[in-house]
Design a protein around this ligand. Structure first.
Ligand code: IPD
Ligand code: CA
Length: 274
């Protein structure tokens, strides 16, 4: 079994190999992409997502690490003779639509846990593949961006806050009132299209909150960013204010509110209460 410190180095190695592997593929993005079927999370697969995923798998296999992969692309796969020792939850590319369109905002997300459950995640990495920022966290040891400890903002009013809201339509009718309540009171609303990275932006004080109350986001997308937010001392709960305990699976969905501090979290929860 690897300890937490080893895992952080291993995840950095995964990131380095992944970046090397996907770089040459960017050149082909303007051509139409072959259809590769549907991934475990329900979205169409494409070459970049698969190359990113296989870079992570290959890195771990070369290091002879036994693990169970929980991936948005390939679903659940076991490697080595004791795969239950480590669970590796991966979203190889978060923000695929941005990447395919040339919108410079997408990331890779990897979370390591002892069980396929969010509360057991002990090491996490989210790397911004465009701007060279890598966020890491280890349980009990804080969250870091490029080796600098991060903390969320102290903003406590919606008047001055910058709030990310996932506006990708899904059950729009059902959540319209809650969203309207929040948007009416907020001056600066954003959605950049890569939710793991947008949660990291709350963790490091770039924005003041990020909410996704659609109940559509897979736990594979949020597993790593969740630990980064918690370790940065941000607030991250369900819209009802409960801890975000969830099973790690490409089929499992969550709704959540991530905020910079308790005060603004309380204000947002009141507005988006189901
Ligand atoms: C998507 C992004 C997007 C969110 C979608 C996710 P993907 O991730 O995080 O912001 O609105 O629900 O699926 O599909 O690019 O990994
Ligand atoms: Ca993805």
């Amino acid at each position: 079994m690897k300890n937490q410190a080893n895992w952080q180095d291993i995840l950095i190695q995964c990131r380095n190999n992944l970046q090397d592997k996907i770089k040459p593929l960017f050149r082909t993005l303007i051509q139409s992409q072959p259809s590769l079927g549907i991934g475990a999370g329900g979205d169409p697969k494409n070459r970049i997502d698969l190359a990113a995923e296989s870079a992570i798998i290959d890195t771990l296999r070369e290091m002879k690490i036994p693990f169970t992969l929980i991936s948005e692309e390939s679903g659940i796969k076991k490697f080595g003779s004791t795969p239950h020792e480590n669970f590796v939850t991966v979203d190889p590319i978060d923000g695929t639509t941005n990447l395919m369109r040339g919108i410079p905002f997408y990331a890779t997300s990897i979370a390591i846990s002892s069980k396929p459950e969010m509360y057991t995640v002990h090491t996490a990495l989210v790397t911004d593949l465009v701007h060279g920022a890598t966020y890491v966290a280890q349980k009990g040891k804080g969250a870091y961006r490029n080796n600098q400890k991060v903390s969320p903002s102290k903003t406590d009013s919606l008047e001055t806050a910058v709030i990310g809201v996932d506006l990708n339509s899904y059950k729009t009718q059902k959540i319209a009132t809650q969203l309207t309540n929040l948007i009416k009171k907020t001056k600066h609303v954003r959605h950049l299209g890569a939710n793991a990275l947008e949660i990291c932006h709350v963790a490091d004080g770039t924005t003041d909150a990020f909410i996704d109350i659609r109940g559509k986001l897979r736990t594979t997308d949020i597993a790593a960013a969740h630990l980064i937010a918690v370790e940065a001392n941000a607030e991250i709960t369900t819209p009802e204010g409960r801890p975000l305990d969830a099973i790690l699976s490409p089929k499992e969905k969550v709704a959540f509110v991530a905020s910079a501090n308790k005060k603004i979290h309380k204000i947002i929860l009141k507005l988006v209460k189901p």
